[in-house]
Write a protein that binds this ligand. Structure first.
Ligand code: GLC
Length: 432
C-alpha cells in the first residue's frame, strides 16, 4: 500500500532558510519542513483552487503540500479512499470528505476537537458541524457547502417572454416552447433540461430533490423509518421519467456534474441542474454562455410542493494513519478558515460554510445569487447519511439503482419504489 504514492522529498534546511530570509513565515505548532499530502479533484478549476490554498499555506509555514489528484466523482473516490484508509496507508494525510461520508469513514479520522477553538467552530454553520461530529468526535472541518440549483439561459427566456419556472410543469412547458422555437430557427443541438442521471451518488441528489419538492420525504426519515415508497415519491419519479426524450436527452442517463455542465456551457441547453460552483465555470471569460446565465432555486413539485435542493458539500479530515498529524491539522484549519474560504468563493464560487462570509461584499459581488438563495443553501434537504451511518453507501446505491431503472423504462416508478422500500426495511431491521 505504501507504494500508492511517492512521497515528496522534505527539505528541512531549505525551509529554515526560507523562513529566515522571508521574515514572514510563521512556523506553527507543527514542525516546519514536512510534506503533507492532500486529496484534490483533478478537474481544472478545482485543482487550481487546491493549488492556490496549498501555496499560501506553504509560504506561511515552510512546509510542502503534495496534491493527490482524484477523479471528480464522489462514488469512485469513496471506494478509493475507503480502501486506502482500511489498509492503514499513511500516504494521504488530509482527505476531502463528502458531507455524506463522516458516518462511513469516521473511525479513520483524527478527532479535531482538541485542536480547534470554540470560536473557530462557532463560525461555521452548526448543522454541518453536527453532521461532521460522530460519537462526539469532530472528524472533519467544513470546507464548502452545496445545494442543487437551477441554472437557466437568461437570454433565451427573455426572448421568448418566459420567466424562471416556479413548478416542474412550468419548467417543462418553457423548455419545450424554447426548444421548438429554436428548432424552427435551425438550432438542432439545443435541449431543454440537463441534470445528473448516471447511476451514482449524483442521481441520488437529483432524485431526492424531485421527491422532496413533491413533499415525498427523504428516503429514510430522521427517526429511521423508510418512507421512500409513497405516492408523492412515485409522482416525482414519474414526472422526471416523463422529461426523457421530451425535454431531456436520454444521454443524461450517463451524465454527471461535468458532462451536463459542459453541454450547457457550450450553449446546448435552456436549463441545467447543478451545484453553486458551476456559476464561476459558466461565467468564466472563455465560457460561450458567460453573462447569459441566471440561477434560481429548483422548481416546486406542483402548487402544494416546495422549492428545495439537496445538501452537498465537502469537508477536510486528517487521517489517523498520517505521520504528520500536527502539520496536517494545521493545513486543515488554514484551508477551512475564513481567508481561504473567501478566496475559493470569490474565484471559484465554492459556497462558504462560514456564515458571515454571506455578508462579505467581495463574495457577494462574485456570486450575487448567494444573497437571494441563502435560504436554499441553508435549508437544503439532507440525504439520510447521518441516520444510516456506515450503511449509507448501500442505501444510496439501492436508491439510485431503482431510480435509474425507472428512468430507463425498466419497471414502473411504483413497482421499483415498492421493491426498494422492502429492501431498505430489511436493512433497517438488521440495524442502521
Ligand atoms: C457534489 C456535492 C456532494 C455530492 C456530489 C454528488 O460534489 O457536494 O455532496 O455527493 O456532488 O455527485
Amino acid at each position: 500500500m505504501g507504494g500508492w504514492l511517492v512521497r515528496g522529498l522534505v527539505c528541512a534546511a531549505g525551509a529554515a532558510v526560507f523562513a529566515a530570509a522571508g521574515g514572514v513565515v510563521v512556523p506553527t505548532a507543527a514542525a516546519a519542513g514536512v510534506t503533507v499530502t492532500l486529496t484534490c479533484f483533478a478537474s481544472p478549476g478545482f485543482a487550481d483552487s487546491c493549488r492556490a490554498s496549498a501555496a499560501a499555506w506553504e509560504k506561511r509555514t515552510g512546509n510542502t503540500v503534495r496534491l493527490h489528484y482524484q477523479p471528480e466523482d464522489t462514488t469512485t473516490v469513496l471506494q478509493i479512499d475507503h480502501a486506502l484508509l482500511e489498509a492503514g496507508s499513511p500516504d494521504v494525510d488530509v482527505f476531502q470528505v463528502d458531507v455524506i461520508w463522516p458516518g462511513i469513514l469516521a473511525r479513520h479520522f483524527v478527532d479535531l476537537r482538541p485542536y480547534v477553538s470554540d470560536d473557530e467552530i462557532a463560525a461555521h454553520f452548526p448543522q454541518i458541524i453536527a453532521n461532521n461530529t460522530v460519537d462526539g468526535r469532530l472528524v472533519a472541518m467544513p470546507w464548502y457547502t452545496d445545494a442543487g440549483l437551477l441554472y437557466f439561459r437568461k437570454d433565451l427566456l427573455e426572448s421568448y417572454g418566459r420567466r424562471p419556472p416556479d413548478t416542474w410543469a412550468e419548467l417543462a412547458q418553457t423548455a419545450e416552447a424554447i426548444v421548438d422555437g429554436e428548432r424552427k430557427r435551425g438550432n438542432r443541438t439545443l435541449s431543454g433540461f440537463l441534470w445528473q442521471g448516471r447511476a451514482y451518488e449524483g442521481l441520488t441528489c437529483n432524485a431526492l430533490e424531485w421527491i422532496d419538492s413533491f413533499g415525498g420525504g427523504a428516503i429514510v426519515e430522521a427517526d429511521g423509518t423508510v418512507s421512500v415508497d409513497n405516492p408523492r415519491a412515485v409522482a416525482a419519479l414519474e414526472t422526471a421519467a416523463g422529461w426523457l426524450g421530451r425535454i431531456t436527452p436520454r444521454a443524461v442517463l450517463f451524465y454527471g456534474e461535468n458532462e451536463s455542465r459542459d453541454a450547457f456551457r457550450a450553449g446546448d441547453a435552456v436549463f441545467l441542474r447543478n451545484w453553486p460552483f458551476a456559476w464561476a465555470q459558466l461565467n468564466a471569460p472563455d465560457s460561450p454562455v458567460a453573462g447569459r446565465v441566471g440561477v434560481t432555486a429548483l422548481p416546486r413539485g406542483g402548487n402544494s410542493g416546495k422549492r428545495t435542493g439537496t445538501l452537498g458539500g465537502w469537508q477536510l479530515a486528517v487521517s489517523r494513519h498520517s505521520r504528520n498529524v500536527e502539520a496536517a491539522v494545521d493545513l486543515v484549519r488554514f484551508m477551512t478558515g475564513r481567508e481561504e474560504q473567501k478566496r475559493r468563493a470569490v474565484h471559484w464560487s465554492y459556497s462558504p460554510t462560514i456564515a458571515d462570509l454571506y455578508r462579505d461584499a467581495e463574495v457577494l459581488a462574485a456570486n450575487p445569487f448567494l444573497a437571494d438563495l441563502h435560504a436554499t443553501l441553508v435549508d437544503a434537504v439532507a440525504r439520510p447519511s447521518r441516520r444510516t451511518g456506515a450503511r449509507y453507501g448501500e442505501v444510496s446505491a439501492a436508491f439510485w439503482t431503482a431510480v435509474h431503472a425507472t428512468l430507463s423504462g425498466t419497471g414502473t416508478a411504483a413497482a421499483n419504489l415498492a421493491d426498494l422500500g422492502g429492501a431498505l426495511r430489511r436493512m433497517e431491521k438488521s440495524g442502521w
